[in-house]
Design a protein around this ligand. Structure first.
Ligand code: NCD
Length: 343
């Protein structure tokens, strides 16, 4: 792995497998049974210039769980970029303060530009509609864990990616990552105008996967293994798109009726979150809460071990993790959420 994590393009299948194995070794710490201090003394710079809850907090928590400390800044208003500072200058300045940097920025390519000015490892926490590699890694880790529990394999699996496939950066990174694995069937369903970029469809098809593009969810998905649905990224729409999109109906909502009528008992439902839970939102329906097929909170939990693995690998401490493990001393509830299932 290079010294930065900017795009899934820099990862080979071996790198990904290695990262996921390191992530599994992080589970006792992520699940708050063990404590490690391998990154004691290290400082993370968490720079978020776009809205975020889970990516920002889980990178922060993952670094802390490895024993490190975190400095962060959110939004342009409170950063010197508001005074016209360049990415180059901010990057060099932050390198003097931090041992690793996570950055989210609304412009595609900006995190790569930032990384050019530093030798400190930089992780892309989302660059506009570009990529979100750590999310794709935790998504793949989730699929792998869920499939192991269900006795399934990726080879030959049928995955549905739906929602905003044009501006949703998580699906851009995920589809590239999936394409490194054994041939599978990938169905892409999105509202008109929000289709997956064609170069990504071509890439996946060229690697031997069966890719199907559809405009509606009104078909039989009885052999489906994974639904990965995404929020419509209205904040990235032009005014013209806003107008044309206001006519799109509820057809893209994933709810309990869709799962019961068109899918099967072991179809898992994933979403990078946040989901828009307001009435009438064209997003993953809250009526699936408590359904064991809804994997979204197991998915967010997986953000911790995977992001710990990214830091441990980039900062070259992955061989030291088991060295100084101690037992957790504080109270941790057996189930974290009231609707959590025990598998
Ligand atoms: C996504 C993002 O910011 O790309 N969320 C996340 O990081 N988990 C998806 C979104 O905003 O819809």
């Amino acid at each position: 792995m290079s010294s930065h994590l900017l795009s899934v393009d820099s990862l080979s299948r071996d790198h990904v497998d290695h990262l996921l194995r390191v992530a599994s070794r992080m589970e006792p710490i992520a699940q708050r049974r063990k404590v490690t201090r391998v990154l004691e003394g290290a400082v993370l710079g968490n720079l978020f210039f776009e809205a975020s809850t889970r990516t920002r907090v889980s990178f922060h928590a993952a670094f802390c769980r490895l024993g490190g400390s975190v400095c962060d800044t959110t939004g342009f208003t409170f950063s010197s970029m508001a005074k016209g500072e360049s990415l180059y200058d901010t990057s060099r300045v932050m390198s003097g303060y931090c041992d690793a940097i996570v950055m989210r920025h609304p412009d595609q390519g900006s995190v790569a530009e930032f990384a050019q000015a530093t030798n400190v490892p930089v992780i892309n926490g989302g660059d506009g509609p570009g990529e979100h590699p750590s999310q794709a890694l935790l998504d793949l880790y989730t699929i792998d864990k869920e499939f192991t529990r269900l006795g399934k394999t990726l080879a030959g699996a049928h995955l549905l990616l739906t929602g905003d496939l044009k501006y949703g950066r998580t699906v851009h990174s995920l589809i590239k990552l999936l394409s490194l694995y054994a041939p599978m069937r990938i169905t892409l369903v999105s509202p008109p105008g929000l289709e997956m970029p064609s170069h990504l469809v071509d890439l996946v098809a060229s690697r031997g996967h069966r890719v199907e593009l559809r405009e509606s969810l009104a078909s039989d998905f009885s052999d489906l293994d994974v639904i990965y649905t995404t929020r419509i990224q209205k904040e990235r729409f032009t005014e013209e798109m806003m107008e044309s999109f206001s006519g799109v109906s509820q057809d893209f909502t994933i709810d309990r009726a869709f799962l019961d009528q068109r899918c099967n008992d072991t179809t898992i439902v994933m979403h990078p979150l946040p989901r828009d839970s307001r009435p009438g939102a064209n997003d993953l329906n809250v009526d699936l809460n408590g359904d064991p097929r809804l994997a979204i909170f197991r998915q967010t939990d997986n953000g911790i071990p995977v992001r710990m693995a990214i830091f441990a690998t980039l900062l070259e401490v992955e061989d030291q993790i088991e060295k100084d493990l101690r037992d957790v001393t504080w109270f941790v509830p057996r189930k974290l959420g009231v609707d959590d299932r025990e598998f």
